[in-house]
Design a protein around this ligand. Structure first.
Ligand code: ADP
Length: 399
């Protein structure tokens, strides 16, 4: 079975084709500037040169058609015909409290995705556009929606309820949902498999990318996760503030003469290590290099970043009354051995965590990085959100 995985943004579309027999990636690519001047498709086949096509893409339907043309192209294609695609899996950001798992797309599912537009105003409309573009371009092919919030729906009320008047939950479904769900779900199921942990293992996953979140799960079921109603809550991120005193919004709005929308834009796009470093970069490599060169603000930003991750790990060890394994994943988690080492060594000694420096000298592949006498196993495990979307898609279309 071959699955096309799509992740649509308002002006972009990322795709992969995965062969489910081997779990191999056959090709992947990106359509950029959809609906804007200068549209471009970049198509990558492992072991071959990138194929780039610059041509107008007025809408997502045309982008999907160009993807279909690239994947079936005589020279750069990987399929003889589009009939070889068995189903399409779509990443959908927000499922609100309407979806606790992935679902086969039908009119009811689309209406529910639409109902969640105001919870995911930037992403959900684009995700639905991608689904409708596929329905139009490949009629009859099954589409599956995989929600970034499904994993967090495993939380109990004590973990997802905000301490605000309950009427806002009842009227508007204001609660903690959590994001990066496909990543946390994938890693927290993969980890017990490779680490040979018992079925009800207590696992903490640190997804440390540009966006970052931590999750706690028992036997693969989410106990808690650091993002909230939106992806703004929790860890310090590339450009997002994570947790903060909500009264700061009013204080800065009054001082600067800005409104709450402008303030939220600052918290989402101009904060995190970008803001703390005084605008040096949202990229952890740049901030790390500046810190090494003596930049004090960058140094504090990275210290605060690691401190926050460690505080969440500590909180989640308490939430689960123990932890069997901790796992690092995503851009920083998979590549930055220094961050992994410092988070564990500066803060997690009391849990009996010991990092083995030689084992930790690794990037981007599944590896145990803790010492044999560490009380908690620590792992590096590359996330694979697309594979998880493809796995859910396969499961639903073969039911
Ligand atoms: P996202 O999918 O959220 O955009 P990724 O998981 O791709 O994010 O992670 C991107 C982040 O990973 C970037 O901010 C980059 O700085 C960081 N990163 C990648 N390689 C390294 C490295 N060697 N050291 C530190 N950070 C790294």
């Amino acid at each position: 079975m071959k699955i096309l995985v799509l992740n649509c943004g308002s002006s972009s579309l990322k795709y992969q084709i995965i062969d489910m027999e081997t779990k191999d990636l056959l090709c992947k690519g990106l359509c950029e500037r959809i609906g804007i001047d200068g549209s471009k498709l970049t198509h990558k086949v492992p072991g071959k040169d990138d194929f780039v096509r610059q041509e107008a893409m007025p809408d997502h339907k045309r982008a999907v058609e160009m993807v279909m043309e690239a994947i079936t192209d005589e020279v750069v294609g990987v399929l003889k015909s589009i009939d070889e695609v068995d189903a399409i899996g779509h990443r959908v950001l927000h499922g609100g409290n309407l979806f606790t798992k992935s679902c086969l797309v039908d009119e009811k599912c689309k209406a529910a995705i639409r109902e969640c537009f105001d919870l995911g105003p930037l992403h959900n409309p684009a995700n639905l556009m991608g689904i409708e573009a596929c329905e139009a371009a490949m009629p009859g092919k099954p589409n599956v929606a995989v929600f970034d919030t499904s994993f967090g729906m495993g939380m109990e009320p004590k973990a997802y309820t905000y301490a605000i008047p309950i009427e806002y939950y009842e009227k508007y479904h204001v609660r903690r949902y959590g994001f990066h769900g496909t990543s946390h779900d994938y890693v927290s199921h993969r980890l017990p498999e490779i680490a040979k942990l018992p079925e009800n293992a207590k696992v903490i996953v640190c997804h440390l990318g540009n966006g970052a979140s931590v999750s706690a799960s028992i036997g693969g079921k989410c106990v808690d996760t650091s993002m909230g109603l939106t992806p703004l809550e929790g860890l310090i991120m590339g450009t997002r503030s994570g947790d903060l005193d909500p009264a700061i919004l009013q204080y800065i709005c009054n001082k600067e003469g800005i409104d709450v929308n402008q303030m939220l834009n600052i918290l989402n796009k101009k904060s995190g290590i970008f803001g703390m470093s005084g605008g040096v970069s949202s990229d952890f490599r740049d901030v790390g290099a500046a810190a090494d060169a003596g930049d004090q603000k960058c140094k504090v930003a990275l210290e605060a970043y690691r401190y926050r991750v460690a505080k969440y790990i500590g909180a989640y060890a308490a939430a689960m009354n123990g932890v069997d394994a901790i796992c690092f994943t995503a851009g920083v988690g998979e590549n930055d051995k220094q961050a992994r080492k410092l988070i564990c060594e500066e803060y997690l000694g009391y849990l009996g965590v010991k990092i083995d420096d030689q084992r930790n000298d690794v990037r981007g592949k599944e590896a145990l990085i803790s010492a044999d006498d560490s009380k908690v196993q620590v792992w590096l495990l590359p996330t694979n959100e697309e594979l998880k979307i493809a796995m859910d898609t396969q499961a639903l279309v073969t039911k």
